[in-house]
Design a protein around this ligand. Sequence first.
Ligand SMILES: [Zn+2]
Length: 228
Amino acid sequence: MHDIDKAAIAAEVRRFQYEIWQRAGTSHHTIPHLLQLFRPDHAASVHSIEYEVAAGSLGVHGVGRAQYQVAGLVDVQRSTIRIAGNLPYEVQRFTGAHELGHVVLHPGLPLHRDRPLLGDSPVPDRREREANYFAACFLAPEKLLRKAFEERFRCTTLHLDDRVAFAIAGNGAQDLLRSKTGSLEFPRAVATAQKFGIGNHFKSLAEEFGMSPTAMAIRIRELELVSY
Ligand SMILES: [Zn+2]
């Protein structure tokens, strides 16, 4: 499995978003404002990509066990994206951002269908890994995520110990402390945490950035916002 060039993809996303931000008159600075600008549908319209959310399902593709519900469809040559409207909001957003990634990164790609992204199971196809990484950078830009993280947890990296486990999980602290190094358990707890200690309540990172707990957990682990 060849590794993808993450730095190059992150740079593409920054360019792609910079143009959207510039076009908006550069008056957007707060995290919620910027995240509004960086909605996949809005990003598509700024970049002259047709983006349609279907009223319902986009049907089923494949045969037998390999059958799956289509989450998104992209025609790179025509710059058109269709998203299944019957899947959860976060899945639609991730799929939309993934399809934008194909348009930006894979000019020669033939008509392409995507299944809903499930967990962090290994993805054999290089272009799929690239589009997934594009989506993660697009939905949770590094600078914004670090800022939102620090606002909530008052540090740049959370190290899993008794104090942190209790501040995040309360009575579930022991389970969290037993989670395996490198697993998604701790990053997922951080992604969905709505409090840190006493009296400090907030919108979870997953909710703020409109991502599933798993997708946000992967991004948190990627940026090494947690150590354990
Ligand atoms: Zn794809």
